[in-house]
Design a binder for this molecule. Structure first.
Ligand code: 8DG
Ligand code: MG
Ligand code: MG
Length: 144
């Protein structure tokens, strides 16, 4: 049988803000393997962006998302991959429900671990996942 024609998918990712820092994890997934990226994943049928962000954050880190806001959207092509992909990625920012809650690595097959990194182009870990690197390069700031 012929492979289904690929279609764009919707990603929802969250800048979780704490003090001057954001939460990043080193990816193990095929797209962007070993680069630092935000928590997030695929929008499921019937979900709001906030519901998706909160669910992915909880699944990946155990953290409870507090107040969240929409930030921006980007169109990201990953066409040079073994399995080409196209994501429309929604970026939210959020604080934690409990700022003292500790992030756990609940999907160790997809991530090496989570850490807090100061949002400063010279202090962020390298390499960043390229959509995030592009945002840093353009001067994007997720803080209010
Ligand atoms: P799921 O099965 O849990 O729904 O998916 P996932 O395994 O958690 O998906 P993901 O790859 O983490 O996120 C979906 C897509 O969102 C990802 O393949 C590309 C896009 N995306 C960006 N920027 C970022 C980012 O900073 N972090 C994450 N996690 N995904 C991002 O464009
Ligand atoms: Mg996920
Ligand atoms: Mg994910």
């Amino acid at each position: 049988m012929e492979e289904a024609k690929p279609v764009p998918r919707v990603g929802v990712v969250v800048f979780v803000l704490k003090g001057k820092s954001v939460l990043l994890g080193r990816r193990r997934s095929s797209i962007g393997a070993s680069t630092f990226a935000l928590p997030g994943g695929h929008l499921e049928f019937g979900e709001s962006f906030e519901e998706c962000g909160a669910r992915e954050l909880k699944e990946e880190t155990g953290l409870e998302m507090g107040k969240a806001e929409y930030l921006t959207v980007t169109n990201n092509l990953f066409l040079d991959q073994p399995k080409p992909a196209h994501y429309v990625t929604i970026f939210l920012r959020a604080v934690l429900e409990d700022p003292d809650q500790v992030a756990q690595n609940l999907e160790p097959n997809k991530c090496d671990g989570w850490g807090w990194y100061e949002w400063d182009k010279d202090k962020l870990p390298q390499p960043l996942f390229w959509p995030l690197q592009e945002m840093v390069r353009s001067g994007f700031n997720p803080f209010p």
